[in-house]
Design a binder for this molecule. Structure first.
Ligand code: TYD
Length: 199
């Protein structure tokens, strides 16, 4: 069986994972690679349900954790694994590390969240786009000051969790405060050495 390359882009809201997933896919396609560009939550049924209820205060964090994990199993089995088996490059905008960091920062036991995600694959490369929440939130939208403060405090926790996981598990940490083209160049620099395996 052929073996593709699985790359996950992770980071707090507003860190640029969506933009850089798109740019990285474009660069790799221009080089002639077969690329599957994807994201979580997915656009399938469970992913759509998640988007519908996300940030509804009556939905418990544990429910979010279960749904994200369910969406991820469907995504992995029906989309990611088949593409990897065909030797493609799969680039996902968020994967298991988003659950471990966001759901544990909303008060859940991190070990339980890991357990729920035991069926997730380990990407060949996880890239963390790192920057302070205040800067990330200013880029994304301009919420009311109170919401913004609450969101900043929460994302600060998420960021710390991402950074500690990155150090423990050797993710590539990229400073996402820099301009888009510089960040994308750094991403391409860390992806390039993996490509030899596909040729
Ligand atoms: P995302 O689609 O990246 O946000 P947007 O479309 O607004 O740019 O992700 C939606 C939110 O879901 C984001 O705040 C991160 C969160 N999330 C989790 O809490 N756990 C997860 O497992 C995933 C994949 C995302």
């Amino acid at each position: 069986m052929m073996k593709g390359i699985f790359i996950a882009l992770e980071g707090i809201d507003g860190s640029g994972t969506t933009t850089h997933t798109r740019l990285l896919s474009k660069w790799l396609r221009a080089k002639g690679f077969l690329v599957v560009q994807t994201h979580e939550p997915t656009n399938k049924r469970i992913g759509r349900l998640i988007r519908e209820i996300l940030r509804d205060p009556s939905i418990q964090p544990a429910i979010d954790a279960l749904l994200f994990a369910a969406d991820r199993i469907d995504h992995t089995v029906n989309r990611i694994q088949p593409a990897l088996d065909k030797g493609k490059i799969v680039i996902t905008d968020r994967y298991v590390e988003s659950s471990i960091t966001y759901q544990s920062s909303s008060g859940l036991d991190i070990e339980w969240v890991k357990q729920l995600n035991q069926y997730a694959l380990t990407p060949d490369l996880t890239i963390l786009l790192d920057l302070p929440p205040e800067i990330a939130l200013n880029r994304k939208h301009r919420p009311k000051p109170k919401e913004k403060f609450e969101r900043t405090v929460f994302l600060e926790k998420v960021r710390r969790c991402f950074l500690s996981r990155a150090k423990e598990l050797n993710f590539q940490i990229i400073n996402a405060e820099k301009p888009i083209n510089e960040v994308q160049q750094k991403i391409q620099d860390v992806v390039e050495p993996l490509l030899g395996n596909l040729k």
